[in-house]
Write a protein that binds this ligand. Sequence first.
Ligand code: HEM
Length: 412
Amino acid sequence: MNPGWNLCDPAIMGNEDSMYALFRELRDNAPACYVDHPDFEPFWAITRYDDIRAISQNNAEFINNPRTVLIQQEFEKALLEKFGTRNGLETLIHMDDPKHKKLRNVTRDWFKPGPIERLTDDIRTIARQYVDKMEAIGGECDFVKDVALLYPLRVIMSIIGVAPSEEGMMLRLTQELFGGQDPTQSRGQNVQDGLEVLMDFFGYFTGVVEDRKKNPSDDLASVLANALVDGEAMEQLDQISYFIITATAGHDTTSATTAGGMKALIEHPEQLAKLRADPSLSRQAAREMIRWTSPVRHMMRTTTKDIELHGKTIQAGESLCLWYPAANRDERSVDNPDVFNIERDNRHQLAFGFGGHMCLGQHLAVLEIALFFEELLPRLEHIELLSRPEWVQANFVGGLKSMPVRCAFEPA
Ligand code: HEM
């Protein structure tokens, strides 16, 4: 069997050992691997760092539209019928320039380092609340369910302007969207179930847009609701999709990293001790946690011309799937990639992608992860795993589903 088929198997991708073993096999033996799985339109799996970086940087010849993430053919067909696009959404990751640049500009200033740094005190307060909660639970908790899923959710929802009472519903919808391949997270396995999840997002954010048009405030929802592009209001599909990507990408990724980062610190106590002794390493440590967990597993591009890659011809119009965790563990480009080292120089890692679509929320992500561990570690006396953590079965955005821990806090 073509090893690339395993990329389509959520159970293999939802287990870090089998996922990284598969990536090693592909990098070493089939770095440009043609995958013709019966459930998906064929694609080329790209797993080496240099290839992914070069493809991501060339936004003119490797475009995002029409195919951005791996979706089963049956579902792509239903999305095309319902929304007129095979992705169902029209977010920044589904567009190319010039439209992409114009829409990215709507929030670009919001996510620059300066404005993000100004959120430090507010985010630190939220981080402290979740460390307080962890301490109050006392002794044993599920670090994923009790802390990691909820803290980044509160951060991004407070930035967008979604009330805390609605966060539970947003979390469920995000899990149904990204965890659609995992029977414990999906609404159901039918195409109709997936469409209903999208319709629920649309229904909710349509109400938010109407509200912020009437009652604008200083939140991100007001920016998106009232934005003009070329002097015109945004198309409804573009606008609601913008809300959806900000709301979902804004917490699922950072939750997965907070949880995966905690697990990495537990499994590398010398790194935990180093970070505890020197909190000024927190940003560097956050970047290493992001490389280590690489929660966005892939994005796709379509080539506009025939190319040769590792002896294969990829024809114009064919799709390439870029596997970020594979790139970040490629020993051809990353020194000792399987070593978790919070002092590593991570400026060139690819977890945030690269080129014109590079993650808009990257400064926010690093800040909120760093602040959480700055708040937690001085108070934490001890932490250990209670049982084997469980992973979400997913090949788009993935991470831990559950991680029971035992912990003790320093006396007040
Ligand atoms: C550890 C956390 C995160 C990781 C690993 C991550 C990863 C990524 C990746 C791989 C891309 C696609 C890049 C490409 O195609 O080259 C992306 C795009 C994006 N991310 Fe993130 N992300 C994270 C956190 C966030 C946060 C907190 C937000 C906040 C809203 C966010 C918003 C976005 C948006 C809006 C895009 C689309 C950018 C575009 O296409 O122009 N992300 N992210």
